[in-house]
Design a binder for this molecule. Structure first.
Ligand SMILES: [Zn+2]
Length: 326
């Protein structure tokens, strides 16, 4: 299904079967000579079909279309190599590409596993997660050439000019695209209208939540009339949503801090079990393991934010990280 948003901007509704995100809004911008497709979906048949049908409904050919990936998550990059034609360029920020290119290295996932074990996830939960976590299953199947881009890079499509804006937080190298002439922002997963973007810990980033909140404030300053986001509700009010997301994270920070103060010393697993999550499960124990994994990463980013600002401190005992009041 496609939705025409402006004369040259279309949204393609890409289903994400079995995933709580439900769908990806992929965007096609018609250019004078070449078009730009923003994000692609998981490497799975349902996404492939939706993108190809969408492109033909819009009446564009993949041979004259390049692909821009807002960030390294597999619901955005997964399908890119499978749909790209030999003439298509695939763009990704250098920062995310450097991490993404390590996804084929078993040592990378071992490092990530070790972090999650230190946060209190059990070995059994970690193994269960590997078999169900879509982030790990629907990665691109073939290797492809990616062209890495830096903050400030301009894409001139003839019909519009798009500026790449680095917005670290959701991933270390997440990028939004901004069309200053038409006051349009493609916000990727940086700002979502139906849900709050997941902020987690990364092996190459110490304070991802701090970076995310700074990136929200940066984007709030832009002169924007229309904002198009990657999941569920396509369009919304940027400044209002940024304010809601800032307030949301300050509430979560308060919750995390309160949990640590009550428990005096606790693992991230324990603190995450005290926090409020918008997941349909009767209690923390019955959370699906992939959701526990996301919740623990999210709790960790909040605890590291508080530690960076000397509200909390941490200590490692028997391979587990414990947080306590500073
Ligand atoms: Zn994402």
């Amino acid at each position: 299904m496609i939705t025409q948003l402006t004369e040259c901007v279309f949204a393609i509704d890409v289903p994400l079967p079995g995933n709580p995100l439900r769908n990806l809004n992929s965007f096609l911008i018609k250019g004078e000579n070449r078009n730009l497709l923003i994000d692609t979906g998981f490497n799975m048949p349902e996404c492939h079909e939706a993108i190809m049908n969408g492109l033909s409904e819009i009446g564009v050919n993949i041979n004259s279309t390049d692909i821009f990936l807002t960030h390294l998550h597999s619901d955005h990059v997964g399908l890119a190599p499978a749909i790209a034609s030999p003439e298509s360029k695939i763009f990704m920020s250098r920062v995310d590409f450097e991490l993404f290119s390590r996804f084929t290295d078993p040592n990378y996932f071992k490092e990530v596993d070790d972090i999650f074990l230190s946060l209190g996830l059990s070995k059994e939960e970690l193994m269960d997660n590997k078999s169900v976590n879509p982030a790990m299953i629907y990665l691109p199947s073939t290797s492809a050439e990616y062209e890495t881009i830096e903050d400030g890079r301009i894409f001139d499509l003839g019909t519009c000019r798009l500026e790449c804006i680095l917005t670290p937080g959701h991933t270390p190298g997440h990028m939004c695209l901004y069309d200053p002439d038409n006051k349009i922002l493609f916000s990727g997963d940086h700002v979502l209208f139906g849900i709050s973007p997941n902020i987690t810990s990364w092996i190459n980033m110490t304070d991802s939540l701090g970076a995310y909140l700074d990136s929200l404030k940066k984007i709030r300053e832009l002169d924007v009339e229309r904002t198009f986001s990657s999941h569920r509700t396509i369009e919304g009010d940027l400044k209002k949503r940024v304010d809601e997301l800032l307030a949301h994270h300050h509430e979560r920070l308060n919750e995390a801090e309160k949990s640590v103060k009550q428990r005096k010393s606790a693992t991230v697993y324990e603190i995450a079990s005290d926090m409020t999550w918008s997941i349909r499960a009767k209690d923390w124990e019955s959370f699906p393991v992939a959701q526990k994994w996301f919740a623990i990463g999210e709790a960790h980013s909040h605890l590291e934010y508080l530690k960076t600002r000397e509200v909390l401190k941490s200590e490692i005992k028997d391979g587990l990280i414990y947080y306590m009041p500073a």
